[in-house]
Design a protein around this ligand. Structure first.
Ligand code: PHE
Length: 453
């Protein structure tokens, strides 16, 4: 229990692993590598690093402050920290955003689960056309994509109902180290392939000619998505942190783990793809069409190794996705449980039902119900766009404004420095960044998107 009488994470290590589990997900293993490939390799990585340092870490600390100080679900936390009901809407928006993210994320996570199954039973061993047709048939099937997405949400539900310590923390303590080991094995195998250095070179050699304003936008959007910022996720997890947790240090640790996993994912995908001369595509095609071919061709002389690599890879994806979906689910579960004064089980069930409905609609929009589209995008793409490009940055902006300008400075300082005991010297820099730098940068991104600058 923490001071507010709520459960907290049992150990600091568990808290860091669970929060890092939220950050590490499909965003790192799939989105980051292809964006790096498209946006100039190491040049993109450098810009991304600056975004994480300047905006991501201060944004994370701001959410942590709100969550830990309030010790409650996101909506109540925002209401508690600032007088004025309007701020509560930011928390409620976070809850809604996380439901939409979970809805579409579960669809892609469900694809990973199916691919794990398919590689286990050897269904992915055909040639390039076969794998492309396999993916196409599957996504156009009226039942299967929705089935796997719902299965993924149910697995998530099962973990979350067990609570913070025996559900979320236990599972993160097991999955995160497993994930790391899988990643290292896959990076090792990929980098030992003949000609792998070309992939490493592609990933790590900066190509500044590709850097444009879109690259900055991509980097910023990716930083928000990858650090789970702006969905009230970090705020919800921080409400289970102990009073002794150093918030700034924790944010830095999570950002480092997140970055490391992203770069390792790049070092797993590109060397293998380049060694067999397949150019890494972007979008879903990369992991669901291109990579099965890469595994098959790269290990053509040792099919059993190719088989193992493929199974390990989809297991890695599914586990990474699971630690993220757990965190998204917890936001709504805590909200319903505390605001509707119902049991945690009922809270989790409401969250599961709503997210399953969103997921089913998103899954169908990719195949049978192509008509289910908004503004020319399938529902799945639209949900991705709406959350990553609009709702998450708005949430992050509002959080920075709240911490920088509206919450009494005594609270911010006490939470940041643990009542004047740690990181006192950095406090001024943090405050300056959340007051000025973060809001200006996020607003600039919006203006750019709207075509104003
Ligand atoms: N950070 C996760 C990823 O990189 C996605 C996520 C977004 C998780 C929002 C929680 C909340 O895949």
């Amino acid at each position: 229990m923490n001071q507010s009488g709520r459960t907290s994470f049992a150990t600091k290590f568990g808290a860091v692993l669970a929060t890092a589990g939220s950050a590490v997900g499909l965003g790192n293993v799939w989105r980051f590598p292809y964006m790096t490939g498209e946006d100039g390799g190491a040049a993109f990585i450098l810009i991304y690093l600056v975004c994480v340092l300047m905006l991501g870490i201060p944004g994370m600390i701001s959410e942590f402050i709100i969550g830990r100080h309030a010790g409650s679900n996101a909506a109540r936390a925002y209401r508690r920290l600032a007088a004025g009901k309007a701020w509560m809407l930011i928390g409620v928006m976070g809850v809604l955003t996380s439901m939409i993210v979970l809805g579409f994320y579960a669809v892609v996570a469900g694809w990973c689960l199916l691919y794990l199954y398919a590689s286990l039973v050897g269904q992915l061993s055909g040639d390039a056309n076969y794998v492309a047709a396999y993916f196409n048939d599957f996504t156009h099937n009226p039942v299967m994509p929705a089935f796997w997405a719902v299965a993924f949400i149910l697995i998530t539900h099962f973990v979350v109902v067990h609570g913070i310590r025996s559900g979320i923390e236990k599972v993160s303590n097991l999955l995160m180290p497993t994930l790391f080991i899988l990643l290292i094995v896959l990076v090792g195998a990929s980098c030992m392939l003949p000609g792998a250095w070309r992939g490493v070179d592609f990933l790590l050699n900066p190509d500044f000619s590709k850097v444009s304003s879109t690259v900055f936008l991509d980097a910023l959007g990716q930083a928000f998505f990858s650090l789970s910022l702006g969905t009230a996720c970090l705020c919800t997890y921080a409400s289970y942190f102990s009073r002794r947790t150093n918030l700034a240090k924790t944010a830095c640790q999570i950002a480092i783990i997140d970055m490391l996993v992203a770069i390792l994912a790049g070092l797993m995908i590109f060397p293998a793809a380049f060694s067999v001369g397949i150019s890494p595509d972007s979008g879903p095609a990369l992991i669901f069409i291109t990579l099965p071919n890469v595994f098959r061709e790269a290990f053509a002389s040792m099919p059993i190794v190719g088989y193992i690599m493929s199974v390990l890879f989809y297991m890695l994806l599914a586990l990474a996705a699971l630690t993220s979906t757990i965190s998204m689910h917890e936001i709504g579960t805590a909200f319903f449980h505390e605001e509707l004064h119902c049991s945690r089980r009922i809270g989790a069930t409401i969250e599961t039902v709503v997210c399953c409905i969103i997921a089913i609609l998103c899954a169908l929009s990719c195949g049978v119900y192509k008509g289910l589209s908004i503004a020319g995008r399938t529902l799945l793409d639209f949900c991705d766009f709406l959350t990553a490009q609009i709702l998450m940055p708005v949430g992050a902006l509002a959080t920075c404004l709240l911490i920088g300008w509206f919450v009494p400075k005594r609270i911010v300082r006490d939470e940041f420095t643990n009542r004047g005991t740690t990181w006192v010297k950095v406090y001024g820099i943090f405050l300056f960044i959340v007051r000025f730098v973060c809001p200006v940068c996020i607003i600039a991104v919006f203006l750019h998107q709207a075509g104003v600058v």
